[in-house]
Design a protein around this ligand. Structure first.
Ligand SMILES: [Fe+2]
Length: 318
């Protein structure tokens, strides 16, 4: 990434940066600065958007519901027909947050058997979401739309410790679990909003919604058996829209709440990254942001670390 990109229109800049990202530009200092700046602007944009959407918070951070026999049959059938796939780092849609670190991608492939988002599976997910759209809205406390959909089954390998996902807080995960979830087949430990700790132990089919960036959670490694999972990541939205979105298996959620904010945010982050007064620019971008932007989550802390390094060892922009 260099200053040559500055001749592009903000719209074209989005496409150019997508191309660069897919090519892999580790170690490029300007890109590292762009990455940090985009993260700050993204958090600020989503926090502002979520505040405007409003709505009550979830009581415990988790809601679980039984899955009907008809849904179980249809989902298991569709899941079993999806071919296994390997997550590739570059498999993400334009404007999406993706797992950047190759070791993390390898680890995700080690602990999960990913499956293709076939047309059959996506159509079924769309039907499920449309049928349950009001219920989902009630659980979330706000209107919603789909960020991404991925299907997988956990493999019997140990994975990760206790963590929060570090996404914008109003985003949530919905899991369809047509074969249930138990400590035997693979489950999740949660610390609820109330402080109570639980492990999902539900041999019967279920669907559940949880606040992946509010609740601390960790994988309970499966000991055997099978736990097909269809994950649907949800975004706060001005209006509920149950249309499923295939953003690629490594596409998690959009950096920005709208196309216009993606263009603005990308241009803003690029300008900050190219500016000698990078740190001051970042600070200014944070001024006036909601208090939720306080440095307290891991990704924010990483960014702060980068910024500290930059303060101690200023580098000239290329
Ligand atoms: Fe997680």
């Amino acid at each position: 990434m260099d200053k040559a990109l500055s001749v592009l229109s903000p719209e074209a800049l989005v496409g150019a940066i997508e191309l660069l990202q897919k090519r892999g530009i580790e170690g490029d200092p300007t890109y590292e600065r762009f990455f940090a700046a985009r993260l700050v602007l993204s958090k600020a944009a989503w926090d502002g958007f979520a505040a405007a959407i409003g709505g009550p918070e979830m009581a415990t951070g988790i809601a679980q519901f039984p899955l009907s026999a008809d849904w179980v049959r249809a989902l298991l059938q569709a899941f079993d027909r999806t071919p296994p796939i390997t997550m590739r780092r570059e498999d993400f849609a334009e404007g999406y947050v993706w797992t950047y670190d190759l070791r993390s991608v390898a680890n995700l492939n080690r602990v999960n058997q990913f499956r293709a988002a076939t047309a059959e599976l996506m159509a079924l997910v769309g039907k499920f979401l449309a049928e349950h759209s009001t219920e989902i809205e009630e659980v979330c406390g706000h209107s919603w739309r789909v960020a991404s959909v991925r299907a997988f089954a956990p493999r019997p390998y140990a994975a990760g410790g206790r963590h929060k996902d570090g996404w914008p807080l109003k985003m949530k995960k919905l899991f369809l679990l047509p074969a249930g979830a138990t400590p035997q087949t693979g489950s999740t430990w949660f610390r609820l909003r109330t402080g109570e700790e639980i492990i999902i132990d539900h041999p019967d089919p279920l669907w559940m919604i949880f606040e992946n960036s509010v609740l601390e959670h960790s994988v309970v490694t499966p000991r055997g058996g099978r736990r097909p999972t269809i994950e649907i990541d949800l975004l706060p939205a001005a209006q509920t829209d149950p249309t499923p979105v295939d953003a690629g298996v490594n596409g998690w959620y959009p950096w920005f709440p709208s196309r216009a904010s993606l263009i603005d945010g990308t241009k803003g982050a690029y300008d900050l990254a190219c500016r000698p007064s990078f740190i001051r620019g970042i600070r200014m971008a944070m001024v006036g942001s909601p208090p939720a932007l306080a440095i307290r989550r891991k990704r924010r802390a990483l960014m702060a670390e980068r910024i500290m390094k930059e303060i101690q060892n200023p580098e000239r922009p290329s």
